[in-house]
Design a protein around this ligand. Structure first.
Ligand code: UTP
Length: 224
């Protein structure tokens, strides 16, 4: 399979957790050894947010703030790449073309952000679309997708399975309730709608969940 693994900055980088990063590197190598082709997209976490704040204080516009955040995410991508050693590409991919080129060389692609105005969720979906991936797995700081924001509502229920239509409805509901909880960025949802792709959201603090999702086990939330 061609698999895109999206690792939340909120998971490995807020605060920076090198033990978890090392576990991810091992998992990624294991997935590759199973014969899969892998692209990894990492976010910028708290560091990106801190630098966005600095850029804002300097009076820089949104696009500039995003560019700074993208650089932060690429730093984490570079750390992963170094940790992957021979298994990874020789540099962090900064375009979709570079990502597919790297995959075709039999190496693991590692990316951070791509362009201003989106999040790494969208990057992961765009990469998945571009390389024709079979599966997108997101390791996040929740156990999966809930019917409402679990941080705000004690009665929020985790969903095991939902359609893209259901996901869209939940996202709309969150907007109406002015909740900033983003299960997945709307740009990413649009890409998923264009390209029917299996998408699994799992708790990223347990990297084995990524393997379980790839092996088709019932873990987190499956969206398709
Ligand atoms: P993310 O919000 O995707 O990072 O990107 P994250 O830390 O993994 O987030 P969690 O774990 O899902 O909470 C951080 C910021 O970087 C900019 C945006 O400002 C985004 O909010 N960014 C990222 C871009 O502008 N373009 C990109 O392609 C990626």
């Amino acid at each position: 399979m061609r698999i895109v693994i999206r690792i939340g900055g909120s998971v490995v980088a807020s605060p920076i957790n090198t033990e978890l990063m090392s576990k991810y590197a091992d998992i990624i190598k294991a997935v590759k050894q199973q014969g899969h082709e892998v692209a990894v997209v990492v976010g910028g976490g708290a560091l990106a947010r801190e630098f966005i704040g600095i850029a804002k204080n300097l009076g820089l516009d949104m696009a500039a703030q995003d560019e700074i955040a993208i650089s932060c995410s690429r730093l984490f991508a570079q750390l992963f790449l170094k940790k992957l050693g021979e298994a990874g590409c020789n540099k962090v991919a900064v375009t979709l073309g570079e990502a597919s080129q790297c995959l075709s060389e039999g190496k693991v692609v590692v990316m951070g952000g791509l362009k201003p105005g989106i999040t790494t969720d969208a990057v992961a979906a765009l990469v998945a679309e571009h390389v024709g991936a079979d599966l997108l797995v997101k390791g996040t700081n929740q156990n999966g997708v809930y019917d409402k924001d679990p941080k705000k509502y004690a009665d929020a229920v985790k969903l095991d399975h939902l359609s893209l239509l259901d996901l869209t409805k939940i996202l709309e509901l969150n907007v109406h309730q002015a909740g900033m909880h983003q299960i997945i960025d709307p740009v990413a949802v649009e890409v998923l709608k264009r390209k029917r792709l299996k998408f699994v959201v799992v708790n990223g603090f347990e990297p084995n969940n990524i393997l379980a999702a790839i092996n088709g086990e019932n873990v987190g939330t499956l969206i398709e």
